[in-house]
Design a protein. Structure first.
Length: 255
């Protein structure tokens, strides 16, 4: 997803006389446009999350907390399918990215309510840490303290793939009734150390997203890539938030 050349679209052509890229539709990816679309996706995700949060609160008050599970599964599975469509059909991102934001919002709101019921105050902590991490890494990236070199990208992608493989193996073991790797969900020192590593890898993926957006702007990517860049950033923020929830829950369960 990050290695493809975003400027090789049907709506661009190279003016060999001047050596510059000329847009047929006079529209190109901009940093401000990507920031604005990221903000819009966050608002849509927040709206979905507030809806399922309120539904979860009402279900708990009625003594039926399991009533929100359709939102959890619907948001998670629906968001996964829409994300796959967006990855393979980037030109559809102006439509699929907002839909993904709403679906993930439904999922996050219900999940956050479940965590909050068990660990009061954990949601605000996770939200604050997520945006603090975003701000810190953006500042570090813009100041040049962190750069997305080829070795850096290779390391982050390899670590992300390894984590995804571990999660898939654990899921497969659970489906067949095996306990699997207890440290993934456990609150032992090893489990906490694992979550810390996962949080760090998720945070470093933000640097890859910043680099992708910057490269797209510099190379004059099609206008719809603003939505795709915002979508990629939202995917990473969702992952980071969920991993912070898991880490904080492990820490609180030891108290």
């Amino acid at each position: 997803m990050r290695s493809g050349n975003p400027v090789l679209g049907d709506d661009t052509f190279l003016d060999l006389g001047s050596g510059t890229l000329v847009r047929r539709d006079a529209g190109a990816m901009t940093l401000n446009g990507t920031v604005n679309k990221t903000a819009l996706l966050l608002v849509l995700a927040l709206a979905g999350a507030l809806f399922t949060w309120s539904q979860a609160q009402a279900a708990t008050a009625a003594g039926n907390p399991g009533a929100v599970m359709p939102y959890v599964w619907g948001g998670a599975l629906g968001g996964f399918v829409v994300a796959l469509v967006t990855v393979f059909k980037k030109a559809w991102s102006p439509f699929t990215a907002p839909l993904y934001a709403v679906l993930e919002g439904l999922f996050l709101g219900a999940m956050s309510a479940l965590f909050e019921q068990r660990y009061p105050g954990i949601v605000m902590q996770a939200v604050a840490l997520t945006f603090a991490t975003l701000a810190a890494l953006l500042l570090a990236y813009r100041s040049g303290l962190v750069r997305a070199s080829e070795n850096f990208k290779l390391g982050v992608v390899a670590a992300t793939g390894g984590i995804a493989l571990l999660y898939l193996v654990q899921l497969g073991l659970n489906l067949f009734g095996f306990a699997g790797m207890g440290f993934i969900n456990g609150s032992s020192p090893l489990g906490i150390a694992f979550s810390l590593v996962v949080v760090a890898v998720a945070a470093l993926n933000l640097v890859l997203d910043f680099d992708f957006i910057e490269q797209g702007v510099e190379q004059g990517a099609p206008k719809y890539m603003e939505w795709y860049g915002a979508f990629g950033l939202l995917v990473t923020l969702v992952w980071l938030y969920l991993e912070l929830l898991r880490l904080l829950s492990k820490l609180q369960s030891r108290n």
